[in-house]
Design a protein around this ligand. Structure first.
Ligand SMILES: [Zn+2]
Length: 306
């Protein structure tokens, strides 16, 4: 867990702000040198802006990042406006250019895949957002694995994991606390996102600490609702919090249970996904993209519901 926290701080703060520091101060010898540094900072900024988890340290930092990028880039343009385009260098410089090209290609591709993940796929099923009374954050969601780790699997391909933002735009009191009750989403009421009939309920699995995962029961406590030709799943709920039973007809907005930390999840989130197929097809048919009140939600989107 400490490694995860350190890795997070390095990728979200240390690397980008060090790059902006170089842009801010450096007097480049040539425009080519400046261009390499400018491209590195652009690619890294787009990559971490789109794919970073900004609910860990505080959502406003995401905009601080953009602001510092813009300011250091503008200052750098002014500071280096009277330099030659290119001058011959010692052959050792080729190695520097090689490394810089590699970094640009690496983070350029990551930025491209992150952007691709924000693009809505066709044929989305329309649902109501399943939480109320707060600002919610999409921790996993989108159309590529870099924004949504579920995307690697067939059925939960378009699943979302949702947290709640509070207290400086953070999802918990702490960066990665072990106690699930320290996450603001924990205990939130989950509301039915659709009209339908409940066809499966699991209610008796325990809530875990965040360093434990129940790999034998991936979804933990969950509800499955039959809606038109789809199966809708809401997972990782609190034990014995589910207020509906198999066969119940539910209406959109009806309370179903509370967000917990059961099953295989790294922290309390509401997991929701939709599959095609019959009720017997759980986790064996392709996942369906979702539009919540018309929006295809991806990582770093926020939803404010009064
Ligand atoms: Zn999930």
């Amino acid at each position: 867990m400490l490694g995860q926290i350190l890795g997070h701080i390095v990728t979200h703060l240390v690397i980008p702000f060090s790059i902006y520091g170089v842009l801010w101060r450096a007097r480049f010898k040539t425009r080519v040198d400046w261009l390499f540094m400018g491209l590195i900072s652009l690619c890294y900024t787009v990559y971490i802006y789109l794919s970073g988890r900004w609910d860990w340290l505080g959502y406003p930092l995401r905009n601080v990042l953009l602001l510092f990028f813009a300011i250091s880039l503008i200052r750098s343009i002014f500071q280096n406006r009277a330099i030659p385009f290119f001058v011959p260098r010692l052959p050792a410089w080729n190695f520097v250019y090689f490394i810089q090209t590699f970094v640009i290609l690496l983070f350029g591709s990551l930025a491209f895949f992150a952007f691709q993940g924000t693009q809505p796929p066709p044929d989305r099923v329309s649902l109501a957002f399943p939480l109320k009374h707060g600002t919610f954050y999409v921790a996993q969601g989108g159309n590529s694995a870099i924004l949504n780790y579920h995307h690697l699997s067939e059925s939960p391909r378009f699943a979302l994991d949702i947290t709640r933002l509070q207290d400086w735009g953070r999802r918990a009191s702490g960066i990665f606390p072990g106690d699930p009750t320290h996450y603001y989403i924990y205990g939130d009421t989950v509301f039915s996102p659709c009209d339908g009939v409940v066809f499966v309920v699991q209610d008796s699995l325990p809530d875990l600490f965040t360093n434990q995962v129940d790999t034998a029961h991936i979804a933990g406590n969950y509800v499955g609702i039959r809606f038109e030709q789809y199966n809708v799943f809401l997972a990782h709920l609190q034990p014995y919090s589910i207020q509906v039973k198999v066969g119940d007809t539910v209406r959109v907005g009806q309370p179903l249970g509370r967000v917990g930390n059961s099953g295989a999840t790294s922290e309390p989130v509401l997991h929701i996904h939709v599959e095609q197929g019959s009720q017997a097809d759980i986790l064996s048919r392709p996942g369906v993209p979702i539009a919540f009140n018309g929006r295809f939600l991806v990582r770093n989107d926020r939803v404010v519901i009064p």
